[in-house]
Design a protein around this ligand. Structure first.
Ligand code: UDP
Ligand code: MG
Length: 328
């Protein structure tokens, strides 16, 4: 057949950074799950500038399986952007599934996501009911973060214990892809898009192999990203701190004047003066820093750079099994 084949119904999007150990196992577990559902599908592996042989592993998978698409980014852009690149290059006409390569999101949950979506939902997101292999500190910080976002989020509410693992219908994906901001806090963008959504509980497994790219500094920065890209609440802190201290200072001054008039002024208080100066110096620096966080993001957005650059794109295609077209 010369004409190009119909697009697959489902695309599975997998961002990968240094995943050479797990990728073959991931693919081996994904294939039977997807095949069992009986729709045409493809899997888009995004190589996010891996320093190991991840790209070679992907190429080997693509050579053996025409349903494999590869998007090779020009360098490491970070998971959120790698994911966006994969979504941009997905052809799934009915929808996409977003999943991590490290098997923490078990591919076996995908049929449950699809089944839930078929009840009339655009989005079926997997919600962790257990976090195996994560220590108490990580669990506690994650929980604190969700609580904070819940308070600050306003109209956009982030579902708890939810990562990127989800099914999205084509129309909700197209809506998501209209959001081209540089600072991409995906969980927040997913929530912003809305559409009828349903949670599917699952048990998050420990990483199968390789190691996590997360540390607490990165988590802290992700939280900052989440907060600053979804609420201007922190900018109001300065206003209210200022109001509160001005009020306090006014009352204090009044009290001082009255006391001086009636009882004189036995001068003292150099240490307390110092404390007050240091305290407000600190408050001012913090609020300046908060403004800076927003200003820096405005700066990055105004440059209008592309989100990522693709070094090479190998689309999935049934045609590719024809040998002379196999070269990339
Ligand atoms: N990832 C990526 N680019 C990065 C970091 C991570 O594409 O810069 C991918 C990684 O290969 C994995 C997924 O994002 O498929 C989740 O990463 P990880 O397992 O390190 O995060 P965690 O599960 O600990 O949140
Ligand atoms: Mg992981």
């Amino acid at each position: 057949m010369q004409s190009s084949p119909a697009p697959p119904a489902l695309s599975v999007i997998v961002p990968c950074y240094n995943e050479q150990e797990v990728l073959p196992e991931f693919h081996a577990r994904l294939v039977p799950v997807m095949d069992a559902m009986g729709w045409p599908w493809e899997v888009v592996y995004v190589n996010d500038g891996s320093r190991d042989t991840t790209l070679a592993v992907m190429s080997a998978l693509a050579a053996a399986d025409a349903r494999v698409a590869i998007v090779n980014l020009s360098r490491n852009f970070g998971k959120e952007i790698a994911l966006t690149a994969g979504l941009d290059h997905s052809r799934g006409s009915d929808g996409v599934i977003v999943i991590d390569a490290d098997l923490q999101d078990p591919p076996e949950v995908i049929p449950a996501l699809i089944a839930a979506a078929q009840q009339g939902y655009d989005v079926a997101y997997a919600q962790r009911s257990a976090r195996h292999g994560e220590n108490i500190l990580k669990r506690a910080t994650a929980s604190a973060f969700y609580r904070l976002m819940q308070r600050l989020g306003g109209k956009v509410q982030l579902p708890r214990d939810t990562g990127d693992f989800r099914f999205m219908s084509r129309r909700s994906l197209d809506a998501l892809l209209t959001l081209r901001e540089q600072h991409r806090f995906m969980k927040g963008l997913f929530a912003w898009v809305g559409f009828p959504s349903v949670a599917v509980p699952y048990e998050r497994a420990p990483r199968a192999a390789g190691e996590t790219k997360w540390n607490y500094w990165k988590l802290w920065n992700l939280s900052l990203e989440g907060i600053t890209s979804f609420t201007v609440g922190p900018l109001k802190i300065a206003t209210y701190l200022g109001l509160a201290t001005a009020l306090f200072a006014g009352v204090y001054l009044l009290q001082l004047v009255i006391r001086t008039i009636f009882f004189g002024n036995p001068t003292a208080g150099y240490p307390s003066l110092m404390a007050v100066i240091l305290f407000f110096g600190g408050v001012q620096l913090i609020t300046l820093g908060i403004i800076g966080e927003y200003l820096g993001r405005i700066f990055n957005e105004t440059k209008g750079r592309p989100l990522y650059l693709v070094e090479r794109h190998l689309p999935s295609s049934a045609d590719r099994q024809v040998p002379h077209r196999a070269a990339g």
